[in-house]
Design a protein around this ligand. Sequence first.
Ligand code: PLP
Length: 417
Amino acid sequence: MKTLTASSPQALDIAALRADFPILATKIHGKPLVYLDSAASAQKPQVVIDAERRVYEELYANVHRGVHDLSMRASEAYEGVRGKVARFIGAPSAKEVVFLRGTTEAVNLVAQTWGRVNVKAGDEILITALEHHANIVPWQLLCEEKGAKLVVAPINDAGEVEIDRFANLLGERTRIVAFAHVSNALGTVLDARRMTALARERAPGAVVLVDGAQGVPHMPVDVKAIGCDFYCFSAHKMYGPSGMGALWGRKALLDAMPPWQGGGDMILSVAFEKTTYNETPFKFEAGTPNIAGTIAFGASIDYLCGLGLEAVAAAEHELLAYGTEALSSIAGLRLIGTAAHKASVLSFVLDGVHPHDAGSILDYEGVAVRTGHHCAQPVMDRFGVPATIRASLGVYNTREEIDVLVRGIRKVQEMFA
Ligand code: PLP
């Protein structure tokens, strides 16, 4: 559904595109919904909603098991999405794509399989100070089990990873390097390519995992160009269904990793004496999967690709610049996260106002923002705040909505003056 303006063939017609998202017509407390919480979860276009519904109406059966027509059609549609995911992120093969519940499950899978086999006492796992809890806690669990050490690359006052300090923390003991492509709490875009290259140079024994939860919805991603070993993301942040996501990993690594969960579909044969596991990626997909969700995930990829990721990035970048300028002009507002290279997130605090109070008042204006620590408590600690107010952008947001946010913030300030 590509919607272009006449003047600029690259620019998206946001007003037209908004009609693809039925929920955007909703009223909240009698006011038009201004949805600024896409970093938590993005809204769904009609094509994604329809895709999921159509599975149950026309196509539904369990996958990989039946010889009957419906099962084969469902399996074909389901497996077709694997190829779409691979092409979407520039992966060499659909066989390198593991379907999972999302980013959290993907990081846990790598920690509990590659990590358990390859990390030993005294080894190091390097992350950064801006990670989501999903890219911290699985590594802590692994470190606890193995007696390994979690090492954290610091960020500066703008919320950027200090690349020299990151580089200096890499070494022979480093076994895993894991970092976000884009920070959900700050909006910082990390130089995934450079960080991966540094890891290769200074920590040749390490694998590199990129948490792409906030990357894929906002910019074109090519895992070959990044050069990493694992890249993972969640469908619900890219206009797809919740409870669905993918892990991409290099085939040789996935092949060498042990299975994770046991059950149906992940085996070739089972006997009490010995069970033989299925090949990659099926050996990581035990049990009946989210069949309709996977097919709808494919529809969300089609939708984003139809818009064009370059066009999405350009539109959001322009709106982020507009929002940054608008919020910066408000006295008593402090932006948290001012990196030179940012995407889609405006995190801030207001003098003398708790973020939760601000969030509740903004809600009465129809404005949905997230308040809290955004599952990134160490980021809050780094900036000395308990929580922030976070306005996060999706492709459907407009300048007018930023103006409503700004008026709402002024109202909050008047109430607490
Ligand atoms: N990583 C980042 C950067 C995120 O923003 C999120 C979700 O907010 C996650 C990981 C976890 O994603 P999920 O809850 O979909 O597994």
